[in-house]
Design a protein around this ligand. Structure first.
Ligand SMILES: O=c1[nH]c(=O)n([C@H]2C[C@H](O)[C@@H](COP(=O)(O)O)O2)cc1CO
Length: 197
Protein backbone atom coordinates (compact mmCIF):
# COMPACT_ATOMS: atom_id res chain seq x y z
CA UNK A 1 0.00 0.00 0.00
CA UNK A 2 1.26 3.49 -0.84
CA UNK A 3 2.07 5.94 1.91
CA UNK A 4 -0.34 8.83 2.51
CA UNK A 5 2.18 11.39 1.29
CA UNK A 6 2.36 9.61 -2.05
CA UNK A 7 -1.37 9.19 -2.10
CA UNK A 8 -2.15 12.89 -1.70
CA UNK A 9 0.25 13.94 -4.37
CA UNK A 10 -1.35 11.67 -6.92
CA UNK A 11 -4.11 14.11 -7.88
CA UNK A 12 -5.03 12.65 -11.25
CA UNK A 13 -6.67 9.72 -9.48
CA UNK A 14 -7.58 11.41 -6.23
CA UNK A 15 -10.35 13.50 -7.70
CA UNK A 16 -12.18 10.30 -8.52
CA UNK A 17 -11.92 8.54 -5.21
CA UNK A 18 -12.13 11.73 -3.23
CA UNK A 19 -15.69 12.35 -4.37
CA UNK A 20 -17.04 8.87 -4.20
CA UNK A 21 -15.61 7.69 -0.89
CA UNK A 22 -17.93 7.28 2.02
CA UNK A 23 -15.69 5.40 4.41
CA UNK A 24 -13.21 2.76 3.46
CA UNK A 25 -12.89 1.77 -0.13
CA UNK A 26 -10.22 0.63 -2.43
CA UNK A 27 -9.20 2.45 -5.53
CA UNK A 28 -6.72 2.22 -8.30
CA UNK A 29 -3.98 4.76 -8.07
CA UNK A 30 -0.88 4.75 -10.18
CA UNK A 31 -1.77 1.24 -11.27
CA UNK A 32 -1.81 -0.12 -7.68
CA UNK A 33 -4.88 -0.95 -5.62
CA UNK A 34 -4.93 0.75 -2.27
CA UNK A 35 -7.18 1.28 0.72
CA UNK A 36 -8.27 4.85 1.36
CA UNK A 37 -9.91 5.90 4.60
CA UNK A 38 -12.05 8.84 5.65
CA UNK A 39 -9.06 10.34 7.42
CA UNK A 40 -6.98 10.04 4.26
CA UNK A 41 -9.68 11.97 2.50
CA UNK A 42 -9.69 14.75 5.10
CA UNK A 43 -5.94 14.85 4.95
CA UNK A 44 -6.22 15.24 1.20
CA UNK A 45 -8.63 18.16 1.55
CA UNK A 46 -6.27 19.85 3.94
CA UNK A 47 -3.30 19.39 1.68
CA UNK A 48 -5.19 20.69 -1.33
CA UNK A 49 -6.46 23.77 0.51
CA UNK A 50 -3.09 24.16 2.21
CA UNK A 51 -4.89 24.16 5.57
CA UNK A 52 -4.28 27.91 5.59
CA UNK A 53 -7.48 29.33 4.18
CA UNK A 54 -8.98 32.37 5.82
CA UNK A 55 -12.51 31.37 6.73
CA UNK A 56 -15.27 33.65 7.98
CA UNK A 57 -18.02 31.89 9.92
CA UNK A 58 -21.42 33.59 10.28
CA UNK A 59 -23.85 32.59 13.00
CA UNK A 60 -26.56 34.26 14.98
CA UNK A 61 -25.63 36.34 18.05
CA UNK A 62 -28.28 38.94 18.86
CA UNK A 63 -30.69 36.94 16.71
CA UNK A 64 -30.55 34.21 19.41
CA UNK A 65 -28.00 31.70 20.62
CA UNK A 66 -30.08 28.49 20.38
CA UNK A 67 -27.59 26.85 17.99
CA UNK A 68 -24.45 27.73 19.89
CA UNK A 69 -23.35 24.11 20.40
CA UNK A 70 -23.67 23.47 16.69
CA UNK A 71 -21.66 26.61 15.88
CA UNK A 72 -18.93 25.25 18.16
CA UNK A 73 -18.95 21.99 16.24
CA UNK A 74 -18.80 23.77 12.88
CA UNK A 75 -15.97 26.10 13.91
CA UNK A 76 -13.96 23.19 15.31
CA UNK A 77 -14.35 21.40 11.99
CA UNK A 78 -13.55 24.53 9.95
CA UNK A 79 -10.29 24.85 11.85
CA UNK A 80 -9.18 21.68 10.12
CA UNK A 81 -9.26 23.61 6.84
CA UNK A 82 -7.84 26.94 7.87
CA UNK A 83 -8.02 29.89 10.20
CA UNK A 84 -11.48 30.94 11.35
CA UNK A 85 -11.38 34.72 11.62
CA UNK A 86 -14.73 35.02 13.41
CA UNK A 87 -14.12 32.25 15.94
CA UNK A 88 -15.86 34.33 18.64
CA UNK A 89 -19.27 33.59 17.06
CA UNK A 90 -19.03 30.10 18.60
CA UNK A 91 -17.77 31.31 21.98
CA UNK A 92 -19.92 29.85 24.76
CA UNK A 93 -19.34 32.98 26.84
CA UNK A 94 -20.84 35.22 24.18
CA UNK A 95 -24.53 35.76 24.93
CA UNK A 96 -27.28 37.23 22.78
CA UNK A 97 -26.21 40.63 24.12
CA UNK A 98 -23.28 40.40 21.73
CA UNK A 99 -19.71 41.48 22.34
CA UNK A 100 -19.53 44.13 24.95
CA UNK A 101 -17.27 46.91 25.34
CA UNK A 102 -15.21 47.77 22.27
CA UNK A 103 -14.71 51.45 22.91
CA UNK A 104 -16.30 52.39 19.61
CA UNK A 105 -19.19 50.00 20.27
CA UNK A 106 -21.17 48.43 17.47
CA UNK A 107 -19.37 50.41 14.79
CA UNK A 108 -16.08 48.74 15.73
CA UNK A 109 -17.74 45.31 15.51
CA UNK A 110 -19.22 46.13 12.12
CA UNK A 111 -15.99 47.55 10.67
CA UNK A 112 -13.86 44.68 11.96
CA UNK A 113 -16.26 42.05 10.60
CA UNK A 114 -16.52 43.68 7.16
CA UNK A 115 -12.74 43.85 7.05
CA UNK A 116 -12.55 40.13 7.98
CA UNK A 117 -15.10 39.34 5.28
CA UNK A 118 -12.87 41.10 2.74
CA UNK A 119 -9.85 39.20 4.02
CA UNK A 120 -11.56 35.80 3.90
CA UNK A 121 -11.19 33.21 1.15
CA UNK A 122 -14.51 31.55 1.91
CA UNK A 123 -17.55 32.23 4.04
CA UNK A 124 -19.56 29.54 5.82
CA UNK A 125 -22.85 30.55 7.44
CA UNK A 126 -25.27 28.58 9.61
CA UNK A 127 -28.53 30.25 8.63
CA UNK A 128 -31.16 28.20 10.45
CA UNK A 129 -31.52 30.69 13.28
CA UNK A 130 -32.63 33.92 11.57
CA UNK A 131 -30.22 36.79 12.22
CA UNK A 132 -30.16 40.29 10.77
CA UNK A 133 -26.38 40.41 11.13
CA UNK A 134 -25.85 37.15 9.25
CA UNK A 135 -28.21 38.29 6.48
CA UNK A 136 -26.30 41.57 6.23
CA UNK A 137 -22.93 39.78 6.10
CA UNK A 138 -24.16 37.50 3.34
CA UNK A 139 -25.45 40.46 1.35
CA UNK A 140 -22.09 42.20 1.63
CA UNK A 141 -20.16 39.11 0.67
CA UNK A 142 -22.17 38.48 -2.48
CA UNK A 143 -20.76 41.75 -3.81
CA UNK A 144 -17.25 40.61 -2.89
CA UNK A 145 -17.67 37.54 -5.13
CA UNK A 146 -16.42 35.12 -2.49
CA UNK A 147 -17.36 31.48 -2.23
CA UNK A 148 -20.19 31.13 0.26
CA UNK A 149 -21.77 28.06 1.82
CA UNK A 150 -25.04 28.55 3.72
CA UNK A 151 -26.11 25.66 5.93
CA UNK A 152 -29.80 25.23 6.74
CA UNK A 153 -31.57 22.56 8.81
CA UNK A 154 -35.09 21.85 7.51
CA UNK A 155 -35.67 19.78 10.68
CA UNK A 156 -35.97 23.11 12.52
CA UNK A 157 -39.42 23.49 10.98
CA UNK A 158 -38.42 26.93 9.69
CA UNK A 159 -38.45 28.08 6.09
CA UNK A 160 -35.31 29.80 4.91
CA UNK A 161 -35.67 33.38 3.64
CA UNK A 162 -36.11 33.64 -0.11
CA UNK A 163 -33.35 36.27 -0.06
CA UNK A 164 -30.88 33.58 1.00
CA UNK A 165 -32.18 30.50 -0.81
CA UNK A 166 -32.95 32.61 -3.88
CA UNK A 167 -29.37 33.93 -3.98
CA UNK A 168 -27.94 30.45 -4.65
CA UNK A 169 -26.24 30.37 -8.04
CA UNK A 170 -24.61 26.93 -7.89
CA UNK A 171 -21.17 28.53 -8.30
CA UNK A 172 -20.23 31.15 -5.74
CA UNK A 173 -23.24 31.10 -3.44
CA UNK A 174 -24.39 27.71 -2.22
CA UNK A 175 -27.26 26.76 0.07
CA UNK A 176 -27.19 23.30 1.57
CA UNK A 177 -30.02 21.65 3.49
CA UNK A 178 -28.51 19.24 5.98
CA UNK A 179 -28.95 17.36 9.23
CA UNK A 180 -26.77 18.20 12.17
CA UNK A 181 -25.17 14.75 12.24
CA UNK A 182 -23.91 15.23 8.68
CA UNK A 183 -22.21 18.57 9.22
CA UNK A 184 -18.61 17.29 8.98
CA UNK A 185 -19.39 15.42 5.77
CA UNK A 186 -21.09 18.46 4.24
CA UNK A 187 -18.09 20.67 5.03
CA UNK A 188 -15.73 18.11 3.64
CA UNK A 189 -17.67 18.02 0.37
CA UNK A 190 -17.62 21.81 0.19
CA UNK A 191 -13.87 22.10 0.76
CA UNK A 192 -13.09 19.28 -1.61
CA UNK A 193 -15.15 21.03 -4.30
CA UNK A 194 -13.03 24.15 -3.73
CA UNK A 195 -9.86 22.18 -4.16
CA UNK A 196 -11.00 21.18 -7.63
CA UNK A 197 -11.69 24.73 -8.81
O1 LIG B 1 -21.36 41.22 18.89
C1 LIG B 1 -21.41 40.88 17.71
N1 LIG B 1 -20.28 40.45 17.06
C2 LIG B 1 -20.29 40.03 15.77
O2 LIG B 1 -19.22 39.66 15.25
N2 LIG B 1 -21.48 40.01 15.06
C3 LIG B 1 -21.51 39.49 13.67
C4 LIG B 1 -21.00 38.06 13.52
C5 LIG B 1 -22.23 37.21 13.29
O3 LIG B 1 -22.02 36.38 12.13
C6 LIG B 1 -23.36 38.17 13.04
C7 LIG B 1 -24.50 37.98 14.03
O4 LIG B 1 -25.47 39.00 13.86
P1 LIG B 1 -26.67 39.18 14.92
O5 LIG B 1 -26.08 39.64 16.18
O6 LIG B 1 -27.59 40.17 14.27
O7 LIG B 1 -27.34 37.84 15.11
O8 LIG B 1 -22.82 39.49 13.19
C8 LIG B 1 -22.63 40.49 15.64
C9 LIG B 1 -22.62 40.91 16.95
C10 LIG B 1 -23.86 41.39 17.64
O9 LIG B 1 -24.84 41.89 16.75
Amino acid sequence: MLQRSVLVSCCRHECTWHESLQKKRSTVCGGKRQEVTQSDRKQFCLKRTGGNMQIYFCGSIRGGRDDLQLYRRIVTELQRYGRVLSEHVADADLSDAGEDDPAEGDQAIHDRDVSWLRQSDVVVAEVTQPSLGVGYELGRVVDMKKKVLCLFRPSSGRRLSAMIRGAADGKCFMVKDYNEEDVEKVLEQFFSSLSRT
